[in-house]
Structures are given as C-alpha cells and as structure tokens.
Ligand binder design. Sequence first.
Ligand SMILES: [Zn+2]
Length: 309
Amino acid sequence: MPRLPLPPSLRVIERGWLNSNQVVMLAPRDNVLVDSGYCTHREETLGLLASRGGLDRQPLERLVNTHCHSDHMGGNAAIASAYGCSITIPAGEAKHVDPWTPQSAWMEEFDQRADPFHFDDTIAAGDTFEGGGFEWQAHAAPGHDMDALMFFEASNRILISGDALWENGMGFVWPEEGVNPYIAAAREALATIERLDPAVVIPGHGEPFADAKGAISRVHERLEAFDRDPSKNARHVVKSMFVFALLDKEMMPVDEVAAYVGRVPCYARLSQRFLGLEPKPLADWLLADLERAGAVAIDGGLARPTMAA
Ligand SMILES: [Zn+2]
C-alpha cells in the first residue's frame, strides 16, 4: 500500500501496540519529536530515532507528548538523556508525573512501567508550537486520557491524534454504569476532529490514514455499543490491558494467568464491577477469547501476543 504523502520535514516511525508511533519534525536547530514509546524498548526506539527514517543522526531539541501513558512517554527519560532535549507535556498531565509515584500514569494499577523523567514545560489546548517548519495547534483530546492533547497543522490539514483516533478504533475508554463521562469526552474529541477535517491523520498506533470520517464513524459505533453495555466495554478494556502486558512480557505461562489477573489491581476491579468472575474463570475466558480472536497464540503452555510490539 502506498504511503500517504507527508511533507518531507515530517517522518513517522511506525511502531506497534506496546510502543506508540514517533513523529519526527525536522527544522534546522529545532528538531522536534512527538511521543517516545515504551520504556523496555528504549534501545530500539533510540536506534530507530537515530536512523535515516528518523533524525538521521541530527540533534533533537524538543520532545512533546500527546499524553502521559506508558506507551507514549516511557522512552522520555532515555531520549532526553541521549539528546539533551527539552520535554513538553500536556498541562493536565503534570499532576500525574510530578511527583513521580508508583501510580504515575496508572503503572501500579495496570502493571506497566516507565522511566521517571523531568519535564521542562507544559502545553495546553489553544497553545501552538513550531515543528518541521509548521505551526501545530494543540486541541483537547479527552476520553481515553482526560488530559490528552492532539496536534493539528492547518496548512496541510495534518492531525497527530495520539490515542483519540486510530484508523480502526481508539485507546480504550474506562467503563462506567449509567452516564459515562469518558465516553461523552471521547465524543467531544471526535467532534473536534470532525470540525478540523484533517486530510491526513497520524495516529498514535498504526499507519497514517486519510479517511478520518470513516474512522470517526467506526469509533462512534463502538462507543454506542459500550454506552449501551458497560460490561462489553469492561471486557474490551480487560483484553486490551492483558494483550499490552503480554507484549511487555513477550509471553506468559498459561497456568500463571489466573494468578496474574488476581494480583494486578485493574483486573479484579473491573471484574468485580462488571463481569463477576473470579481470577480463574476470568483467566480462562480471557485466554479463550483472545485465542479465538487471533490476538494471542497458545503453544507449549505459553501464551504469546500475535501483534507487533
Ligand atoms: Zn497509546
């Protein structure tokens, strides 16, 4: 499939589902990077960043995050120490990373990791920054992360959407009984995208794509279904979190999955509220469902993820 034409000063390093994509914006003495991947893949991220498809061994002046989840800011510390760049985070995320706690960006709750980092300044909706010779406007992108931002370049109508919109979905939205403020917020972010009418969307995961309208309507359909049935949403979140954990660990013995979902708080919390399953039946359902969907392969007593990290 031919890649969408992007201005030559923009480079997208496409990663997988454990690591967010990296967007490199090239301008003399003012190179900017958006999002840094997951911490355990920091060496791979640094290699890709230095390569010809990235900075091509040029310096990096600034790193900007769309949001502070572990797959988008986990590489911040390694990149800042390799390049001496400054770090800019969404203003609303500052409270999650300063002070840095075991819970920063949900890590204890979800069994994720990130290297602690120091940020230099913040950016809020309505602010702009220079990148690749263009001006990028920050827009609120709440829902998956209530403090997330997305970045829009008006002359080429390019949107860096983070996890607010992918070609086939978006980052999971937390389930709630009754009126769900996260789903309402996600719909607001989609309305903003519709209004911006991007010609190209560079998502946090997956390849850049042109059909924003199609992607938005697919997400609306899913949000409708999640709104009607919070337990469907809870099942989706449990599966997403577990696949992420498998991508991080690369594999897990099948007979340890029940202990794992019993130990990591988010699974019990979701199951108690929405699914009513004890760890063992939860683990059995999870593995069977993910194997049937082709997201996990089970072989020799080991569960492995099938998608790219
Ligand atoms: Zn993400």
